[in-house]
Write a protein that binds this ligand. Sequence first.
Ligand SMILES: *[C@@H]1O[C@H](CO)[C@@H](O)[C@H](O)[C@H]1NC(C)=O
Ligand SMILES: *[C@@H]1O[C@H](CO)[C@@H](O)[C@H](O)[C@H]1NC(C)=O
Ligand SMILES: *[C@@H]1O[C@H](CO)[C@@H](O)[C@H](O)[C@H]1NC(C)=O
Ligand SMILES: *[C@@H]1O[C@H](CO)[C@@H](O)[C@H](O)[C@H]1NC(C)=O
Ligand SMILES: *[C@@H]1O[C@H](CO)[C@@H](O)[C@H](O)[C@H]1NC(C)=O
Length: 437
Amino acid sequence: MTMFNLKSLAYLAALGVVAAHDNGLAITPQMGWNTWNHFGCDISEDTILSAAKALISNNLTALGYNYVVMDDCWHAAARDSATGAPVADPEKFPNGVKDLSDKIHDMGLKFGIYSSAGKYTCGGRFGSLGFEEIDAKTYAEWGVDYLKYDNCFNEGLSGTPQISHDRFANMSRALNATGRPILYSMCNWGEDGPWNFAPTIANSWRISGDILDNFDRFDERCPCTDIIDCKLAGFHCAMARIIDFAAPVGQKARSGGWNDLDMLEVGNGGMTFDEYVTHFSFWSILKSPLILGNDVTNMSNETLEIITNTAIIGLNQDLGSGPANRMWKRTVKEGGDLQLWAMSLSNNRFVIALLNTSPNQQTVDVDFADAFFDQGKTYQQQAYQVSDLWQKDDSGNWGKSVGTIQGGIKNVQIATHQSKIWLAIPAPSSKRAYAEL
Ligand SMILES: *[C@@H]1O[C@H](CO)[C@@H](O)[C@H](O)[C@H]1NC(C)=O
Ligand SMILES: *[C@@H]1O[C@H](CO)[C@@H](O)[C@H](O)[C@H]1NC(C)=O
Ligand SMILES: *[C@@H]1O[C@H](CO)[C@@H](O)[C@H](O)[C@H]1NC(C)=O
Ligand SMILES: *[C@@H]1O[C@H](CO)[C@@H](O)[C@H](O)[C@H]1NC(C)=O
Ligand SMILES: *[C@@H]1O[C@H](CO)[C@@H](O)[C@H](O)[C@H]1NC(C)=O
């Protein structure tokens, strides 16, 4: 786990890498918890403090889940009429936001807040458009470490990358001007292709409409079939559809600036165990922020088991690697598809991932010519020590060896909506550095 703590620009500089957005944050994708997916507008100081305590008592903070983010509906009816500063709802937050953030900091955690780059937030509270400076300044005074910045009621200030960029850059500048490092999590739903214009102004950008706690249901409210030319991002985007959306834009993510596939639904009840394993695995290997969205004060053992798989989290937090790439996608006649994904990790390690979105169990041969297409012939032909990261070894650690394998992994039985995540390390006899190719 020590690599989680090497989140410094100095380390990146040593690698010869420059972080996309230069506030020194999100060197690896941010991790934490957010109120929205489970609680919606029904939040209070108690909701947030209880969650923070539960993150600690369940050892989730030790795994990296450090940001506690207060989403929409924390607001009073109006801004301060004299100064224009934002004000919190005095009934939900009787001690104010500064006091709440102090308490979160005293627990060793970081505190996040929410607003919208529009006249109103999505929940109809006052937005930050035209109030960027006073809002950023107030957040900094409150000790805020993270801003999720939404896109509702934007008064038509979208439609070209330049217009969207300028609106979101205004808040980026205002945050920078406070002098306080504040992680900037842009949420413009992929409008105008933020993967092109956001990397120098934000630490992460949402790529699609809001997630739906469902595996693959098509919903007219998330009408686009791909996100590259999407005119209405909408919401109710099923989980497996977001994996599809993410496939082409992985190339745009890098340290300091990540594609955000939206907050996690693991534990919220809309998917099966295997479906949530797929959800968590793919959010990890696609280098999405891992922001829990369930009630962490009341989790089943299954939920806890998924979100504490340290081997899977390690893929997400591996320094110096980018998102996994989809190597192929094959339609299955009963509907859905099979997908092969591959990812290069640091230290000459690799991830091979298989996903079955079809309604039936499938038998698949994974060919290393496909999995190591990018690395070339030597990598395709050599042997690997392969382990299954959703099984535990004899000492109870995630990652059970499935043997030393050359050529491919044959006859894989994969259940409906299941995924397999394998770590592949060149076997000692054939170990060879990438540079020697
Ligand atoms: C958290 O970690 C401590 C120390 O390793 C351990 O004793 C405790 O059982 C863990 N709690 C949970 C909920 O996993
Ligand atoms: C950005 O802020 C400037 C003032 O600093 C303002 O003139 C401009 O209209 C803002 N742009 C957008 C798109 O909000
Ligand atoms: C503000 O931006 C400058 C240069 O772009 C950067 O070096 C600095 O770390 C930023 N400061 C904060 C607090 O984000
Ligand atoms: C805890 O979770 C269980 C199972 O989902 C649910 O029935 C129960 O109402 C929850 N309790 C609270 C206090 O939310
Ligand atoms: C989790 O499993 C343990 C036994 O391993 C059991 O005592 C406990 O009640 C379970 N908790 C939940 C929330 O199911």
